[in-house]
Design a binder for this molecule. Structure first.
Ligand code: C2E
Ligand code: MG
Ligand code: MG
Ligand code: MG
Length: 281
C-alpha cells in the first residue's frame, strides 16, 4: 500500500518536473531582469531573514521560530517569497541563497539563545537543495561551526522533496533524524499526503497548512480534517503545529482539539532579528 503511494508520488513528481521545465523557460523569457536582480541580492548579501515565533498553545510560550527569507529591492519594496522562491528553484539560485540563509539562521539563533536558551530555529528546505550531494555534511558542518547542537535545528520539508526520489529522501530524512535534527513536513494536507505515506516517513513533526486553519471555526469539514490529522499524528507520535492562526477563536479551538503548537499573525508576524530579540525579553 505504502509502496503504491510512493509510486504515485513519484509519477506525479515527474509531471511536476515537466511543469517545472516549462516554468523555467517561462521565467527565462519573462523574468531575466528579476533573476539578475536576485543574483545581485545574493552576491551583495542583501537578502534578509525574518523570524516568526512558534508557540506552545496551552501556555502561550515561544518554543521556536521559523526563518523566512525576505528580498527587499532598493526602492524598499519587498518581493514575495511565493514569487522569488519558485524562480530561484527554477534557476538554481536557491542553492547559494539557501546556504546563506542556513548560516545566517545559525548565527542568529546563537543571539536568540542568549535570551532564550532552548529556543529552536526551523528552516525551510527546497527539493533542489535537499537532493544535492554533500547536503547532509554541509548542514552538519555549518551547525557545528556555530557551536550549536543538531537538536536546536528543525528542517521543514515539503512533499516535492519526496516526489523527486522518495527512496533517497526517506533515507536522508532518517539520517538527519538520527543525527538529532527535528524533521517536519510543511504545508501538510495540501498536495497528496496520505496516511500510508506519512507512516513511511521518519518525521517527528507536521505543520497543518493554513488552508485548513483559516475556517476551522466556520467549516465543519475543515474541523473534521484537522481532527483527523491530529488523531493520526497522535497515533504515529508526531507533534503538530497549526499554521496561519489569525484569531483568538482559532487558537482556542485548536487547543481544544488537542493541537499542541501554533504559529500565525495572531501570535506574531515574521519580523527582523532585532525586533524578535525585544520580544524574547
Ligand atoms: P511556509 O514555510 O509555509 O511559511 C509560512 C508562510 O505563512 C510565511 O509566508 C508566513 O509569513 C505566512 N504566515 C504566517 N502566519 C500567517 C497568518 O497568520 N496568516 C497568513 N495569511 N500567512 C501567515 P512567506 O514568508 O511569504 O513564505 C512563503 C513560503 O515561501 C514559505 O511557506 C516557504 O515555503 C517559502 N520560503 C520562505 N522562506 C524560505 C527559505 O528560506 N527557503 C525556502 N526553500 N523556502 C522559503
Ligand atoms: Mg515552512
Ligand atoms: Mg507552511
Ligand atoms: Mg508554504
Amino acid at each position: 500500500q505504502a509502496d503504491r503511494a510512493m509510486t504515485m508520488a513519484k509519477r506525479q513528481g515527474r509531471n511536476h518536473l515537466c511543469f517545472y521545465n516549462r516554468t523555467l523557460e517561462h521565467h527565462q523569457r519573462v523574468d531575466v531582469h528579476l533573476r539578475n536582480q536576485f543574483q545581485q541580492a545574493i552576491d551583495q548579501e542583501r537578502l534578509q531573514l525574518f523570524y516568526q515565533p512558534i508557540v506552545h498553545l496551552a501556555s502561550g510560550n515561544i518554543v521556536g521560530v521559523e526563518a523566512l527569507m525576505r528580498w527587499q529591492l532598493n526602492d524598499g519594496s519587498f518581493i514575495a517569497p511565493d514569487k522569488f522562491i519558485p524562480m530561484a528553484e527554477a534557476t538554481g539560485q536557491i542553492i547559494p541563497a539557501s546556504q546563506w540563509a542556513f548560516s545566517r539562521a545559525c548565527e542568529d539563533l546563537q543571539r536568540m539563545r542568549e535570551k532564550h536558551p532552548d529556543l529552536r530555529v526551523a528552516v525551510n528546505l527546497s527539493a533542489l537543495q535537499f537532493h544535492r550531494a554533500n547536503f547532509f555534511d554541509s548542514i552538519l558542518d555549518t551547525v557545528a561551526s556555530y557551536g550549536l547542537s543538531n537538536n536546536s535545528i528543525e528542517l521543514e520539508l515539503t512533499e516535492t522533496i519526496l516526489m523527486d526520489d522518495s527512496k533517497h529522501a526517506v533515507a536522508l530524512i532518517e539520517k538527519f533524524r538520527d543525527a538529532g535534527f527535528t524533521m517536519a513536513i510543511d504545508d501538510f494536507g495540501t498536495g497528496f499526503s496520505s496516511l500510508s505515506y506519512l507512516k513511511q516517513l521518519p518525521v517527528s513533526k507536521l505543520k497543518i497548512d493554513r488552508a485548513f486553519i483559516q475556517e476551522v471555526c466556520q467549516k465543519s469539514s475543515d474541523e473534521a480534517i484537522v481532527r483527523g490529522i491530529l488523531a493520526m499524528a497522535r497515533q504515529l507520535d508526531i507533534a503538530v503545529v497549526a499554521e496561519g492562526i489569525e484569531t483568538a477563536e482559532q487558537a482556542v479551538r485548536l487547543t481544544e482539539l488537542g493541537c499542541e503548537f501554533g504559529q500565525g499573525y495572531f501570535f506574531a508576524k515574521p519580523k527582523p532579528l532585532d525586533e524578535l530579540l525585544d520580544d524574547l525579553t
